[in-house]
Design a protein around this ligand. Sequence first.
Ligand SMILES: NC(=O)c1ccc[n+]([C@@H]2O[C@H](COP(=O)([O-])OP(=O)(O)OC[C@H]3O[C@@H](n4cnc5c(N)ncnc54)[C@H](O)[C@@H]3O)[C@@H](O)[C@H]2O)c1
Length: 379
Amino acid sequence: MGTVAIIGTGFVADLYAASLRTFPDITVVACYDKDAERLQRFCTYWHLPAVDSLDAALGSAATLVLNLTNPHAHFEVSRLALEAGKHVYSEKPLSTDFADAVTLHHLAKERGLQIASAPCSLLSEAAQTLRMAVEQGRIGVPKLIYAELDDDYISQAPLTKWKSESGTPWPVEDELVVGCTLEHAGYYLTWLMAMFGPVRTTVSASAGLADVSALTSAPTAPDYSSATLFFESGVVARLTCSILAPHDHHIRVIGDRGVASVTEAWNNRAPVRIRTRHVIRRRMINSPVARKVPPAAFTRHPSVKRRGAAAMNFMLGPAEMLDAIAAGREAVQAGDFALHLTEVSLAIQSAGENTGAQHMTTSFVQPPLTRWSGQRTGQ
Ligand SMILES: NC(=O)c1ccc[n+]([C@@H]2O[C@H](COP(=O)([O-])OP(=O)(O)OC[C@H]3O[C@@H](n4cnc5c(N)ncnc54)[C@H](O)[C@@H]3O)[C@@H](O)[C@H]2O)c1
């Protein structure tokens, strides 16, 4: 049970609206977008209430504000929401500037409020099952992770044809300006943080490679990054993001007895597979048969049908947050977790060619393997 206000009714808002249908006990009390035409189209399509100012949305009865504006607007909208006494669930990144993210973090703490950052796929069946398998020791002691978030040569895709369900075009320029690392790293970084705790150091590189001059004249962010992440717990992960290399969303957790893998970060129900390592006479082999890990009952949650590239329920995060607020505890993705995610993502994106090692200044207490589920609404 909970109430939300949606600020920003663009492309991604449709994915939230479709996901909201799987949580009938969450009520949208107000929607606002500075673009009146978009606001009207969105609210008419989804039968949701529009208000004509940000003040009206922030003055509504909502417990939680969903900040679905463009990344450059996140700081200001989240700040105003916190000042209006609302908890905030922000689309990624919390802010495009780390100092601003710290300001939001402190402001929320001062006011006894919570601010969390998307993405929420760490609450998915796939992420929780992977973590469960690792914690049960099914691959022995985890040592190294390879995680890929490659999305193919996006600048050559038929981008003008990409529209959301209610008809909003995919924001090409904004995506290129914000960059694929800030847009995507979190899809696996959150899983890694939930499994292995805080990152101590990143040694990253990033570059802008594709010619996108036909798509925007604005300065664009790197379209490739690769990070080696040294976790305080001792594991090391390599995380790659690009919008050039062919689609590959594989994560492989390599342990001293085997490998656990998932092939799609954006499918909440992607299977987790384990291959164990064996020595037979003079040969070492990784089992040719991958065993599927049965998901535990506590990982179940409402699903949305696959639309476009993703089969993700975007409301898992806000729903978990509303449950946490009602229970008087911190949401899984809120507080220190959100700030650390933002610091690591910004460090990777801005690394360039010569930055070298970057030591993280933030940390968080690893959330327990989430026992939260959306079973209250059935499947
Ligand atoms: N596009 C995707 O595929 C995708 C997927 C997942 C997450 N996201 C994230 O979702 C967020 C929004 O992206 P999008 O694709 O929906 O962009 P979009 O440009 O389609 O929509 C953003 C909307 O926010 C509105 N807005 C901007 N500033 C505002 C303000 N100050 N007050 C009120 N409204 C304001 C804009 O008018 C616009 O309609 C971003 O943080 C992005 O990283 C995008």
